[in-house]
Each structure stands twice: as C-alpha cells, then as structure tokens.
Design a protein around this ligand. Structure first.
Ligand code: FE
Ligand code: FE
Ligand code: ZN
Length: 295
C-alpha cells in the first residue's frame, strides 16, 4: 500500500488539527510536521481538544498514526559535547520533544544525528549514542528515527556505516527504540546514485537490517551525486529525476513505509506562492510526470 504525504505546518491556533486538514487538502494519507519552529526550541502547550479532533479526523479519513511523523528541530546537536551545558540542553530538549510526541499520540520522531564540528567523526558518533542512551532510557511508546544525511559540513549520518556506528553503541533497551529515516536527496548528495537504490538497500540490510527503515523522505536534488549540498528540488525537477524517484516510491522492499515529500514551495512571484504537494502526490499516484510548474 502507498502511504504518501508531505511536510505540513503546525500553527499555534490549529496545531495537529491544522496539520491533518492541510494533509487532506493534498490527498495525503501520511504527514510530517515540526511541533513549532524548525529553527528554534520555542514550544507552546498542546491543546487536547484540537489533538482529539485531529485524531477523529484522521480516523474518518483512514490516516493511520503509524504514517504520521514529527521532525525534531534542526538545532538539536547531539554530536558535539564540547560545551557541556549546551549538550545537556539538547538532550533535555529531545526528552521534552519525545514527551510532546507522546502527548500528541504520534509515535515517530525524526532526528538529524548532528554535526561533530571541532571534534572528529568517531567522537561525534559516540556522543550521539551517549545522548540517545540518556534521552530514550525511560521513554516508552516512541520510535526515534535517525535521518540519513547528505554529509554537508561535518554532519554525521551521511553513510550506512555512520548510522551503524551509532546504533551499535546503544544500550539494548534503547536500541529497540531507534530506527532510520532515509532521504533520497541526502542519499544522492552523500554519494549514491539513486539508480543503485537496490544496492544501497542491500548494503543497508546487511549492515543494519532493512526492518530498521521506518520512513523515507522523497526529494529530488539540485545537485550532483556526492555534492554534499542538501538542497531539495521538486519531484522530477532535479538531478535525480522522475523515473528514479518513482522507482524508490514503489520499491517493493519499502512497501507500507510512509513516504514524505519535503520539496520546496513553488514561488512564481510575491503574490503567487503555493505548496507543490497536491500536484506531486497526484503525479506519484498516476506515475506520470506533469510539468505543473510551467503550465
Ligand atoms: Fe530532516
Ligand atoms: Fe529529510
Ligand atoms: Zn535535507
């Protein structure tokens, strides 16, 4: 079964209900959102009435919460512990974010592993595992998904070996709560041609286990294989292209795993800017490219 959706906006006055309404307007049956700004740790209390209305609307429209995802803000960086106060702040913020997910009754949380900056990659890997061991130790009912990254700057998680390195260092009770979120733009930019996606999955399966993959971000890329840039392009408009992305979406080995679009909004001019998701989801369902941007 195809579960497809997109990034959506979580706004103060509509919260999860707004997310579900926006998703339905794109004909999605999956979605992802930040519980506030993706760039800051500012968060407001969860309104339970809106939450319950949102879950009722999901049920009415057959949206299974297993296909709904929260993305943690970018600023959490577990890879670098040079500043102890900062590191503890990130671990605590992650704990709070997990609690917010549980309160919202959304069980999947995507996290960027982090950047090692002035340290080295192996130390970064060890720091991430240390932070996850602390943050997840006593948490139940949450699946934390480490995102596969493009390798921009000193990002950790831009190879299967990086992710395996982190997972191998987790305590047994934490390991069961940690999974992986792939991202086609990031895989491309990290150095894998998406035409070799099955080879990528083979390697992933032998090193980590394919059952650890719980979500995949479907983005085209503006840049070439191995560019380490991380600039998402609209579906079929980038260097990966429509056919290779369709093959990922319909890959039998990832059937039933939610596919989330994080492609950029279309910006024709100041007054005419819109989300691409309704168009992209229709193209994906029909497996047919339509140049809707230039129509
Ligand atoms: Fe991400
Ligand atoms: Fe992503
Ligand atoms: Zn990205």
């Amino acid at each position: 079964m195809l579960y497809i959706g997109s990034h959506t906006s979580y706004l103060k006055d509509k919260q999860l209900l707004g997310v579900v309404e926006e998703s339905l307007s794109y004909n999605s049956n999956a979605f992802m959102f930040y519980t506030g700004s993706n760039q800051s740790t500012l968060r407001f209390p969860i309104n339970h009435e809106l939450r319950d209305k949102a879950h009722a609307l999901m049920k009415e429209n057959n949206i299974d919460k297993r296909n709904c995802i929260v993305h943690a803000p970018f600023i959490i960086n577990l890879a670098n512990d040079s500043d102890e106060d900062k590191y503890n702040f990130y671990v605590n913020f992650l704990k709070n974010e997990i609690d917010r997910c549980i309160e919202l009754d959304i069980t999947k949380l995507v996290l960027h592993p982090g950047s090692y900056t002035n340290l080295d990659r192996q130390t970064g890997i060890e720091n991430i595992a240390k932070g996850l061991n602390q943050a997840l130790d006593d948490k139940e009912g949450i699946e934390l998904l480490l995102e596969y990254m493009s390798g921009k700057g000193t990002e950790v998680g831009s190879s299967i070996d990086d992710l395996k390195g982190i997972i191998d260092l987790l305590h047994e009770n934490v390991k069961d709560k940690v999974f992986v979120c792939l991202d086609t733009c990031h895989i491309n930019d990290s150095g894998w041609d998406i035409k070799d996606f099955d080879k990528f999955l083979d390697e992933f399966d032998s090193k980590i286990g394919i059952n650890k993959i719980k979500c995949i971000h479907i983005n085209d890329s503006y840049n070439d294989v191995g560019s380490h840039k991380d600039r998402h392009a609209n579906f079929g408009y980038g260097t990966i292209g429509f056919d290779k992305l369709i093959n990922v979406v319909y890959n039998k080995r990832l059937d039933n795993i939610p596919k989330i679009l994080e492609t950029p909004w279309i910006n024709r001019n100041e007054k005419n800017t819109y989300a691409p998701y309704k168009f992209e989801i229709e193209m994906i369902r029909k497996k047919e490219f339509v140049d809707y941007i230039n129509l």
